[in-house]
Design a protein around this ligand. Structure first.
Ligand SMILES: Cc1cc2nc3c(=O)[nH]c(=O)nc-3n(C[C@H](O)[C@H](O)[C@H](O)COP(=O)(O)OP(=O)(O)OC[C@H]3O[C@@H](n4cnc5c(N)ncnc54)[C@H](O)[C@@H]3O)c2cc1C
Length: 425
């Protein structure tokens, strides 16, 4: 079977991009890791023979006028027990008491499918705004008031398995002490995953064309015509907005639904600071999150060279500063403005005057699809409208993280493979 990949960019990998920075051969500009709990990232990296590393233990914090360590016993910010909350200075006493009354509250309707609405109903607005929204929001560049509860499986599990999150959480099995790392990353950066996949595809006979944006997909007898070339089957692995555009003519019913899936832009500013200027009190921390009420443009800061041993530099500390999210536009700003905002805001948070030795701005238009309430039903409607021989895959549909994208592509490819065998028989 002949496979041809059309890639509009001049490089392969999409959001997986690793490039030299501050004398280091490869610091990620986009994702820096994938979840170990989901098997598809680890399995692909292992099959490709990529050595994997995991983050060094380090506490994360929330910045609420000062850095507050994230309390223990939370699941994506959701309390599963209250004792750790009681000790935290991130929450006020009324906020803690409101959270502690969660088991007494009546069942919350899941029908609105709003993550923010659910968390507020169960625990009150402090837990929502100071813990869950920053944690989930920083993973998906989301405003959780407009994000699907069902799309965050760990929290959805807590929501669906019982009336009270705290009671359900208490009954859930705790991960064993030797559970292994939460995240893995290829030692040479996430870009290595894309490059090794591309090399394996080429070795297996695939043709990979960069600088080749697909303009049109049309019906062609029993198959498809992609920019004038005939193919027996097509997998659209572009973001939903692009897939929606390409399907407008051949499958309008799916196109409308896909085009309506919004996305959030973000920028990633990477800076290297003189290690001599780095406060001792921050050594060993992995970074911090900035909750919505305290945000200007910065939403999260990762202390990259403390989190990852393979990013350590002899005399510098590397920070990755995330700016922008759903409802907080940043890409109208120039690189200079984004860098200035990162320096100013992080300096303010940490009480430092930052003087970066090196800086880099990575712009990510359409970075994160936003799963609005009832996202899964909309995607199911679009997928049902697709004829056999045409499939969609990627972050816009069944999970935003890298492992979910790998699974989505593998499932779509398997379905097309089965279809092609049926046609050939
Ligand atoms: C800053 C940042 C940090 C992140 N951090 C993490 C993390 O730590 N862990 C994690 O698991 N996930 C993370 N994510 C999310 C994850 O990286 C993405 O959701 C995932 O990589 C998206 O993969 P994809 O294949 O769906 O889309 P993409 O990577 O966007 O790939 C789509 C490809 O389609 C191409 N394309 C578009 N239109 C056309 C066309 N018409 N013709 C031809 N080609 C076209 C694009 O050029 C692109 O290469 C992060 C994302 C960003 C932006």
């Amino acid at each position: 079977m002949q496979v041809t990949v059309f890639e509009s960019d001049d490089r392969l990998g999409g959001k997986l991009r690793t490039s030299p920075f501050a004398g280091h051969p490869g610091i990620d500009e986009g994702p820096d890791a994938f979840l170990a709990r989901l098997p598809w990232g680890t399995a692909l990296a292992t099959a490709l023979g990529l050595p994997l590393v995991s983050p060094q233990a380090g506490r994360a914090a929330v910045w609420w006028d000062a850095l507050h360590p994230i309390p223990e016993g939370l699941l994506l910010g959701m309390p599963t027990e209250v004792m750790a909350l009681a000790r935290s200075r991130l929450l006020s006493w009324p906020g803690k008491l409101r959270a502690a009354t969660e088991p007494l509250r009546r069942r919350t309707s899941l029908e609105p499918d709003s993550l923010g609405g659910f968390v507020r109903a169960r625990f009150g607005s402090e837990i929502h705004l100071r813990l869950v929204d920053p944690l989930v929001g920083s993973i998906y560049a989301a405003d959780t008031d407009h994000f699907s509860l069902a799309a965050v499986p760990q929290i959805n599990d807590l929501a669906t398995k019982g009336r009270s999150v705290l009671i359900t959480g208490r009954k859930m099995p705790k991960p064993p002490a030797n559970a292994g790392p939460v995240f893995y990353a290829p030692r040479d950066g996430m870009g290595a995953l894309a490059l090794a996949t591309a090399a394996a595809a080429t070795a297996a006979g695939a043709e990979l064309r960069t600088n080749t944006p697909v303009q049109a997909v049309e019906r062609d007898g029993k198959g498809w015509r992609v920019d004038g070339e005939h193919f027996a089957a097509v997998l659209l692995a572009a973001p939903a907005a692009a897939a929606g555009r390409l399907l407008r003519q051949p499958v309008p019913a799916a196109a409308t639904t896909l085009a309506a899936i919004p996305s959030a832009d973000v920028a990633m500013v990477t800076i290297a600071l003189d290690a001599g200027d780095w406060p001792r009190g921050l050594i060993g921390m992995s970074g911090y999150l900035v909750p919505k009420p305290k945000q200007r443009l910065v939403t999260a800061v990762s202390f990259g060279s403390q989190k990852w041993s393979h990013w350590e530099l002899p005399s510098s500390v590397v920070l990755r500063v995330s700016l922008g999210r759903d409802g907080l536009a940043v890409l109208h700003l120039s690189d200079e403005q984004l860098l200035a905002a990162a320096i100013d805001e992080v300096g303010h948070h940490l009480g430092l005057t930052l003087q970066p030795q090196h800086a880099r701005v990575s712009r990510w238009p359409g970075a994160f699809p936003q799963y609005r309430p009832h996202h899964a039903a909309h995607v199911a409607t679009a997928e049902q409208a697709l004829p056999a021989g045409l499939a969609i895959a990627g972050a816009s549909y069944h999970g935003i993280g890298v492992p979910a994208c790998i699974r989505s592509a593998q499932q779509a490819a398997a379905a097309l493979h089965t279809f092609l065998q049926t046609v050939a028989d």
